[in-house]
Design a protein around this ligand. Structure first.
Ligand code: SAH
Ligand code: DHB
Ligand code: MG
Length: 225
């Protein structure tokens, strides 16, 4: 099996289960045209985020790492009526592209983009009186994944889902001596996940149009469970 096969099968699956309407298609086209890196989740992965959000009837979603808002649109379309997403993005350029994409998708009212380093935005989100988030998707810079996970826990409730992207990275994650700060960030995140008694978690390896990578999926437990 190789990348060619993974892409062909991913295209086959997304053809019947995760096909793009104009808003998703334009979101990708505009992101590319504006020079954003093409590192958004794949269509089938976007649909996974969507299905998980529906599964838990999500009303409040937090995303860390917006890019052009492709994953945000998939999740926003799964929200219960009255639901909202806050998405955090370091780059004001990425945020501008994302806002235009949300506008076109008719989702500007339910998605709030906050610009700046996520570790500066997260304490502010926590300081606001608000319901806990039902789903938190961690998909920004990998070197700070453990810190994002700590904030995700603070901002969640028992039953919340915490997801993190890119935990496999072509298998590089098993190299304990990797000099790559992203790999070290993922590895520290994994250690944090394993030792955290407030969650039950697993990781799913994925292949497809985005190569070989994976998601961490954790559910927040009730105290004492
Ligand atoms: N979730 C998106 C992809 C996000 S790519 C999707 O699947 O469609 C990662 C994004 O995280 C990039 O846009 C990058 O600018 C942003 N990012 C990097 N460092 C960050 C930080 N410290 N705080 C917030 N966002 C950050
Ligand atoms: C990178 C970030 C991502 O979120 C992703 O899905 C792929 C690559 C990156 O920073 O290289
Ligand atoms: Mg990612």
């Amino acid at each position: 099996m190789n990348q060619e096969t993974w892409t062909a099968v991913d295209t086959y699956i997304s053809g019947f289960l995760a096909s793009h309407d104009d808003a998703l298609e334009q979101a990708l086209k505009d992101s590319a045209k504006e020079g954003l890196p093409e590192i958004q989740v794949s269509p089938t992965q976007g649909k996974l985020l969507h299905v998980l959000a529906r599964l838990i009837k999500a009303r409040n979603i937090l995303e860390i790492g917006t890019l052009g808002g492709y994953s945000t649109i998939w999740m926003a379309r799964a929200l219960e009526p009255g639901g909202r997403i806050i998405t955090l993005e370091f780059s004001s350029k990425h945020a501008d592209v994302a806002r235009a994409n949300f506008d076109r998708a008719g989702l500007s009212k339910v998605i709030e983009v906050r610009v700046g380093p996520a570790l500066e935005a997260l304490p502010k989100v926590a300081a606001e009186a608000r319901d806990p988030f039902d789903l938190i998707f961690i998909d920004a810079n990998k070197s700070q994944m453990p810190e994002y996970f700590d904030w995700a826990l603070k901002l969640s409730r028992p039953g919340s889902i915490i997801l993190a992207d890119n935990v496999v990275r072509d298998g590089k994650v098993i190299d304990a001596h990797s000099p790559d700060p992203d790999i070290q960030g993922v590895r520290r995140f994994n250690e944090r996940l394993a030792s955290e008694s407030r969650v039950s978690a697993t990781e799913i390896q994925t292949v497809g149009s985005k190569g070989y990578d994976g998601f961490a999926l954790a559910v927040v437990l009730a105290p004492g469970k």
